[in-house]
Design a protein around this ligand. Sequence first.
Ligand code: SF4
Length: 264
Amino acid sequence: MGAVAPGSEHPAEVATKQTPVAYTPPDVARLAASAVSLGHLDSRMSVCRACPRLVEWRERVADDKRAAFAGETYWGRPVPSWGPGRARIAVVGLAPAAHGGNRTGRMFTGDRSGDWLYAALHRAGLAAKPFSTHAGDGQRLIDTRLVAAVHCAPPANKPLPAERDACRPWLERDLELLAPTLRAIVVLGGFAWAATFPAAVAVGYPPPAGNPRFGHGAEVPLGHTGPVVLGCYHPSQQNAFTGRLTEPMLDAVFGRAVEIARAK
Ligand code: SF4
C-alpha cells in the first residue's frame, strides 16, 4: 500500500521500525498510558492500526491520490499530535483530512482548513508562519500543541463512535502529559467538543458543571485550577465559505486563549 513506512526519511516521521504498533483498542489504551513523553506518544500513535475501516481508508487514499497531488508520496498513517511539549494552549481538531494531513503527515497541513487555522494562530502569535504547506516548510508552533479526537482520516470526515472511542486514549495521554503547563483548550467543532470533556475528566481534570453545550466562544473552566475549554467553529471550507466562521471570530477565540494562558 502507499503509506509511508515507519522509520522513513519523511520530514513528518516520528517513529522507528521498532515503535510498537497498536492493533486493537486495548493496545491503544496500553501503549498510550505507558508513553513516557509527548514525543514517545507521538511516535506510538503514528503507527497505530487499531481501526480497520480507517486503516483501509487512509491507505487507499494514499494509493489513489488526488490528481493535483499525483506526484507526491502520501503519509497514509495516523497523523500525530504536533507542537512543543510545555505548551499552555492545546487545540483539539476532529480528524485529519484525506488530502491534507493524511497526505502531508502533519496536522492541518496542506488543506484549506489549515490555511485558515495557521493564519489565525500566526496572528495570535502562536505559529511562526501564517501558512502550513508541508512538513518541511519551517513552520513552528509557539506555546501551542495541536491534538485530535481521531488521528486517522475518516471517510466523509465522519469517524464512527467506536473509532472515536478507540482513539480516545491518545487524546487522554496528550492532555495528561500537558497538564503541568496547560491553561486553555481550544476545541474546533462539536465532535471534538464531545470527545474532549470525557478525555479530560478521565485523566483527572475537574469535571465541568452540568453538560456544557458547544458554541463558538463558549467558555468552560475545568474547576478552579484546571484549564479553560473554549469552543470554536471548525475552520472547515463549509464554515468559511458560508460566512458562519470569519477571521475576526477565529481571532477572538485565539486571542482569548492567549489571554487565559498568560493570566494564570
Ligand atoms: S483512529 Fe486512532 S485508534 Fe483508530 S487507527 Fe487511527 S490512531 Fe489508531
